[in-house]
Ligand binder design. Sequence first.
Ligand code: AHR
Length: 497
Amino acid sequence: MQAKLTLDTQYHNGDIDPRIFSGFLEHIGRAVYEGVYDPGSPLSDENGFRQDVIAALRKLRMPLMRYPGGNFVSNYNWLDGIGKRESRPTRPDFAWRSLETNEFGVDEFVEWCKQADTSPMMAINLGTKGATEAAALVEYCNMPAGTYWADQRVRNGHKEPYGVKVWCLGNEMDGPWQAGHVPAEEYAMRADQAAKLMKGLDNSIEFVACGSSGRFMSTYLTYDRITLEYAWDVVNYVSAHRYSENHRNDTAWFLAEGMEIDRVIEDYSGLFDYVRGMKRANKRVYLSFDEWNVWYKADQADGNWTKAPHLLEETYNLEDALVCAQYLNAFIRHADVVKIACLAQVVNVIAPILTKRDGLLIQSNYYPFALMAEHTKGRSLRPILDCPTYHAGERGETMMLDVSVCLAEDGTLAVFAVNRSQTDSVDLHIHINDALITGVISADTLTGSDPKAANSWEKPHAVEPMPLKVELNGDGGALAKLPPLSFTAIRGSIRKR
Ligand code: AHR
């Protein structure tokens, strides 16, 4: 099979925000306890932070880490998690029916972020708490000593303010499962009031308003529209969530998931333009796709009132990794709309990393993220793709390839391509109208013959990237033979024709 990718360095969708490679850490299952915080492990430092987890996450280069939830945040009192550990209360967690000991709270999280080379993206509780508690948290985190909550932070051993820049105004408030769920009209008022109080304390902060929990919601886009219309002046980003599933066990159908991801982003782009037009505004609002992943196999969500239960410990296989790559491709292609995106989640719970007391397992979906986070730089070039199609079940005829491209200021081009075909390799001819490809810097591919192949404690290297040969074709282009069922990251140097 032959495919042609035509590019032009002048045809682009603007600069790619590195924050599309962010993560999400929630108090759920073994994400915090036994995931990032595990004082009993020989792999932890004196703070109880797992050093192997930190090292693995650093390679994912996540600029932001969303915390502490998720559904958890909507019944969370951040005050429970500060001060002397022995005085912190154990609480029942409404969302996951688990015990929350509060050993790890905001101060530990900020310290952990420093070690993990990431920055906090803090969610506030707008379910069972409100503007006052949220503003107190901003005071605690961001204000210099001299006021009540800022002084409390100093007393807890942290003289300098944390400077948390991005704040989520609640979580999935459109969902009836959410503690304190309310209709959009009520949520919009809560969000607006909280944001104004918070911004009054620190004018530099930005806000993510809750959007729809997914396209399946009956209030999809309506909840978002009502919120935006009311709180337009304070909102910088609207949050979108999506979890992909293959319950029907149809790989061809599942691998066409990228089309649906594009559609969600385009839905939001249309909504933002609509509200902006109605407001006659110059201001722009962007998308924060702050929960995304594959999630459908591990559905144990009830912690039976225990601490750190095994919840949502999804195993990721090759086809899941190829879907994850398509999320990132979609974010890159829509660089003008998506400014933040968070892989949900980072460790143990629907995560690319699993831990046991004395070890760590890297899952398949880690690799496309690591390669793309490392190589994505600069602007998003528009990929013009001439490519064969395949039949993706109910999703119909679908392009065999899913591609995104970026061009760094130093002339490094990166092409990311998923070959969805289960049977055919595709010869991808890359041509740049106004530039020559002068060299191939690297090419790595994640592939295999079995879409269900997965890493396990017994076989930890079953799904791993390997080098791929990419040739220059003599007329300034390049040729890559993309294996069936593969994700490939190619980097080359270019110069103007
Ligand atoms: O990531 C797991 C859960 O999925 C989050 O807590 C919630 O926001 C979403 O429904």
